[in-house]
Design a protein around this ligand. Structure first.
Ligand SMILES: *[C@@H]1O[C@H](CO)[C@@H](O)[C@H](O)[C@H]1NC(C)=O
Ligand SMILES: *[C@@H]1O[C@H](CO)[C@@H](O)[C@H](O)[C@H]1NC(C)=O
Ligand SMILES: *[C@@H]1O[C@H](CO)[C@@H](O)[C@H](O)[C@H]1NC(C)=O
Ligand SMILES: [Zn+2]
Length: 972
């Protein structure tokens, strides 16, 4: 599954999943800013055009403006409520029996084991319910007189409940039955079920075809001026129980036979191929053994787009069908790549890939029936945009990777979520790299995964990725960036220290041994150790478990400090947990694989030495100009060097591979942020690179911008901000010029487009900068003369123009949001609408999140909120909104997709004063009784703000002094 909040300015796969990949720029100007009258604006546009020609600022014209496509004049994206159907506030849950404590253990007893489900289910769009009948065949492992299984928001017809031995037709007597806390239902029988005998449980029930995007839910869209409905499922992690009573834990694998009812003018899809249909019902083949959370079915009028492999089809609404082409071309390539990689054929007879108009996550890997958010799957080739393409490629690749890692072999329990999500996230880079080799996407890993994991894992509030969970609320909270990004990073580390051969052979052995069943991390580590020892990839005295337990069972990661002892040709390495807030007494240690090189050496990433869970180790090191540790950041840790080495690395920066440049900038910025290094080192590193990087390398430049962004956020409301801006714009002046004048950057080339986007985003942040004015003009040309904006720079241009502009720009964008048929453009617009400096417009925008007849889909709520939080004049407004509307938001958005958690996590970006910290803490205390699944989000938000406050105290004056001291070197 993919569904995490991103913060990188480059949409990464995981972010993609969360669909918040489009980054916003820091807004740095006073409220009530410039409002340009239309006439003046036209004049300015002409002026700017002339200016642009004069200064050779031609970039925007390289792409010939196309006329706006036949504009879509449908009224609006009709939402629930406009058609007389129940809207959110009318939703009632059919069974409301408990509000479990966060600590309640909801695990089911192990005495019964389901082996087969026959599920007959039928949705009714007329009254938004569904009827179901389920027959569960169970094997008795321990004698018991109770049957306990999961249900949620479904109403069981008590009369219909029948328990029989498979050998006899006579139902057993039932003495009691009822809902019990923890989303469970309990049947107590008059007599015991006998060990090793098979029984069946049969019952009928009614469920609610909800609009919470969980369980069996409804979705809708406009087509030909009428509203079309569809019903789809999202069961992961614990919502299969909303669609049918079941033993809803991943280790209760069973075979599923589905019979799906539908209106006669609609069709259905399920995990397996259709066997037969009649006018109302579709009968599906029985699945192999699988976990309940991977079951899926869809009832709709969606249409198929075939692929080169007749087993793979992509389904969309009819009007968007052509946009399925990229996914349909990509999916077979990557599926076959993974078949080769694992040397195991895809186990099911088909895969349907479906774009669902309302979808909570970015995608879900249901076996044989992968469901997607539309914007994560559909690509409009008329509007080529590299970020959208990257999103689709990585998410598809992630979900296809799951078909083995997650579906064929499933983690025993949710405490090892990283075991499937970390692997799928790692595999997504391999798959995408195979299908799109020119993207060099593997190089992006260190910032789109590892750096992202560091940002969370360097907080005291972090948690281990193997983490005990006992109930749905806790389970939902583990679906956070850490499980994905740290999970993927430690998988990459494992791949590296074991070497390709031992790693792959071990994985394959693990998959073979546990196929159609479940494994836990120890099972995987055992399989890898066996191969590693046989192939000599690991010393006989060391196991993969020894090493990996230190990374998965404790939070955080180390900083390795290296000190040279040149007299004795020694290098002393020590480890300590890295935290942004220093002065801590954490004595954790890790098994750290260490690769070392010096000038003249090679850049081999396999470790030559280990810190074996010990605080310190001494190694030999010949005299050299510089030395480097953790080549390509394949180890999940950062490195601090002696000052002489930092200086030497700075001088030789441009002779090092690009990943290493990025790594040095990233590590040194984090070290400085934690007060372990003077800011002089990272700022000089960035300056050195920016001034010499003629070919503008994407990865290190992106890392530099990412890291500078934190400084910019902290300084944005301080007197030093002007100097900081002048520093950045000076060192990147040539970069900006190159991007604007070199024709290559207007081409379709992936890396060139990524670079152009990244650089323009930075250049346009500044109000009334050349870049900002040009963007605004382009937007006005679009408004007035229907001159379209190249899709690749849409996100920069829309946000900038809405910030520079006034109500007119905002309204235009909002109408465009309502009317565009491009799902990726809708996302860009949602991000941009938060960029305005007009507070009343921002309030109006946020108000959509608590209105019943909102034109914004539930799935996009956190995106809207984040877009306002990312606007620094508006972050207080967003905070007030969340405070005022907390209870309402909790009941609107429920707990399903951590929408509320994501909102809380969006808050801290610009908060760095004691006052803001105390307000945030006060807010948490106020809503303590109604935290939903946001308790961890609050912990980490509070810690981030606390860290920001501490940073300001310790570093503000240092950075300001650095800027003043170095002024003559960068002053324009
Ligand atoms: C919903 O409508 C269907 C068909 O019209 C009907 O069979 C079913 O009983 C209704 N369900 C409820 C709960 O009213
Ligand atoms: C929409 O209307 C057009 C023209 O009337 C028709 O060709 C098309 O099939 C319709 N599409 C759908 C999805 O009903
Ligand atoms: C390290 O990264 C570089 C890219 O900067 C890549 O070319 C090289 O192959 C990587 N090294 C290893 C051993 O993977
Ligand atoms: Zn996943």
């Amino acid at each position: 599954m993919v569904g995490r909040t991103e913060y990188s300015s480059v949409p990464t796969a995981v972010d993609l999943e969360n669909n918040t990949n489009q980054k916003k720029y820091t807004v740095n100007r006073e409220p009530g800013g410039l409002v340009i009258p239309k006439s003046l604006c036209a004049l300015m546009a002409i002026g700017a055009l002339l200016l642009a020609i004069l200064v050779g600022l031609l970039v925007f014209f390289f792409v010939v403006p196309r006329c706006s496509q036949a504009s879509d004049t449908r009224p609006s994206d009709l939402r629930v409520g406009d058609d007389g159907l129940p809207s959110i506030s009318d939703e009632i849950s059919l069974t409301k029996i408990d509000s479990p404590s966060l600590e309640l253990d909801e695990r089911l007893p192990r005495s019964l084991e389901p082996t087969h489900y026959r599920i007959q289910v039928r949705p009714f769009f007329s009254n938004l319910t569904f009827d179901g009948t389920v027959t569960i065949t169970m094997h008795v492992k321990e004698q018991t007189d109770q049957i306990i299984f999961n249900v949620k928001d479904i109403e069981i017809d008590k009369q219909s409940v029948k328990v029989r031995s498979v050998k006899s037709n006579t139902p057993l007597g039932i003495s009691r039955q009822d809902y019990v806390p923890g989303e469970r239902y309990k049947i107590v029988l008059d007599s015991s079920l006998d060990k090793n005998i098979m029984y069946t449980l049969e019952l009928t029930y009614v469920g609610h075809l909800n609009n919470h995007l969980q369980g069996f839910y409804r979705s809708q869209y406009d087509e030909n001026n009428s509203v079309k409905y569809l019903a789809s499922t999202q069961f992961s992690p614990t919502d299969a129980r909303r669609a049918f009573p079941c033993f809803d834990e991943p280790s209760f694998k069973a075979n599923f036979s589905l019979i799906v009812g539908r209106p006669s003018n609609m069709s259905s899809l399920a995990n397996m191929p259709l066997i037969k249909s009649d006018s109302d019902w579709d009968y599906y083949e029985t699945t192999p053994k699988m976990s309940p959370y991977l079951v899926a079915f869809v009832v709709s009028n969606l249409q198929a787009y075939g692929s080169s492999d007749k087993l793979i089809k992509v389904w969309t609404r009819e009007t968007l069908r052509i946009q399925a082409r990229y996914a349909a071309e990509f999916a077979p390539k990557v599926l076959h790549y993974f078949e080769n990689y694992f040397n195991i054929a895809f186990p099911l007879p088909k895969i349907d890939i479906v774009a669902i108009p309302d979808f909570g996550y970015n995608a879900m890997e249901n076996w044989g029936l992968i469901t997607f958010r539309e914007s994560s799957l559909l690509y409009n080739t008329d509007e080529p945009d590299v970020d959208t393409k990257r999103t689709i490629a990585t998410i598809l690749s992630h979900e296809l990777g799951h078909q083995w890692f997650g579906n064929l072999v499933t983690p025993k329990w949710w405490n090892d979520l990283w075991l499937k999500e970390g692997f799928a996230t790692y595999l997504q880079y391999l798959g995408a790299d195979f299908a799109e080799p020119s993207w060099n996407i593997k190089e992006e890993f260190i910032f789109s995964e590892t750096a992202r994991a560091f940002a969370l894992d360097a907080l005291q509030s972090s948690r281990p990725i193997s983490y005990e969970v006992k109930n749905s609320r806790q389970i939902r909270q583990t679906f956070d960036e850490l499980s994905y990004a740290k999970g993927a990073s430690v998988v990459r580390m494992m791949n590296n220290f074991l070497g390709e051969d031992a790693f792959k052979t071990g994985l394959i052995n693990y998959l073979r041994k546990y196929e159609y069943s479940n494994g836990d991390r120890d099972d995987l580590f055992g399989a890898l150790t066996e191969v590693a020892h046989r192939k000599g990839a690991l010393e006989p005295s060391v196991t993969v478990k020894d090493v990996m337990d230190s990374w998965t069972k404790q939070p955080g990661f180390p900083v390795i400090t290296a000190i040279r002892d040149p007299a004795n040709k020694k290098l002393i390495l020590s480890q300590k947990r890295f935290l942004f807030t220093d002065n801590h007494n954490d004595s954790s240690t890790w098994w750290v694989p260490v690769s070392v090189t010096t000038n003249g050496g090679n850049f081999e990433t396999q470790p030559t030495v280990w810190l074996k869970n010990e605080p310190m180790v001494t190694i030999n090191l010949n005299t050299s100009l510089w030395y480097l540790i953790n080549i390509n950041q394949t180890g999940y840790y950062i490195v601090n060097y002696d000052e002489a080495n930092w200086r030497s690395l700075t001088r030789h920066l441009m002779s090092l591979p690009t990943i290493i440049r990025a790594q040095l900038i990233s590590d040194s910025m984090d070290l400085a942020r934690a007060n372990l290094l003077d800011y002089d080192i990272p700022l000089k590193l960035v300056q050195h690179m920016a001034l010499r990087d003629k070919f503008i390398m994407f990865v290190p430049t992106n890392v530099a911008f990412k890291k500078l962004e934190f400084l910019s956020d902290m300084l944005s409301a301080t007197p030093a901000f002007g100097l900081f801006e002048s520093f950045v714009s000076t060192i990147f002046r040539d970069t900006y010029r190159t991007v604007n004048s070199d024709l290559d950057y207007g081409s379709e080339n992936y890396l060139h487009q990524k670079i152009r986007k990244m650089v323009l985003k930075w250049a346009c942040r500044k109000t009334d900068s050349e870049c900002a004015i040009t963007s605004h003009r382009m937007f006005r040309d679009w408004m007035e003369y229907a001159r379209t904006i190249p899709p690749n720079i849409r996100d920069v241009v829309y946000c900038t123009a809405i910030r520079q502009g006034s109500e007119a720009e905002w309204r235009f964008a909002f109408n465009r949001y309502l009317n565009t048929s491009s799902v990726s453009e809708k996302n860009v617009l949602l991000d941009a609408l938060g960029c305005t400096t007009q507070k009343w417009l921002l309030s109006r925008y946020l108000d959509n999140l608590v209105r019943n007849h909102s034109s914004i889909r539930i799935q996009d709520a956190d995106r809207v909120f984040k877009s306002v939080c990312d606007n620094n004049i508006a972050s207080t407004l967003a905070f007030d909104f969340l405070r005022t509307n907390w209870d309402k938001l909790i009941s609107f958005y429920g707990e399903g997709f951590n929408i509320i958690s994501k909102m809380v996590k969006s808050l801290p970006r610009f908060m760095n004063t004691e006052y803001q910290l105390s307000e945030l803490v006060r807010f948490r205390n106020q809503v303590r009784h109604n935290l939903g699944t946001a308790s961890q989000a609050f912990d980490s938000a509070i810690e981030r703000v606390r860290g920001n406050v501490a940073w300001m105290k310790k570093n503000y004056h240092n950075v300001e002094k650095w800027l003043i001291d170095n002024k003559e070197h960068f002053h324009a």
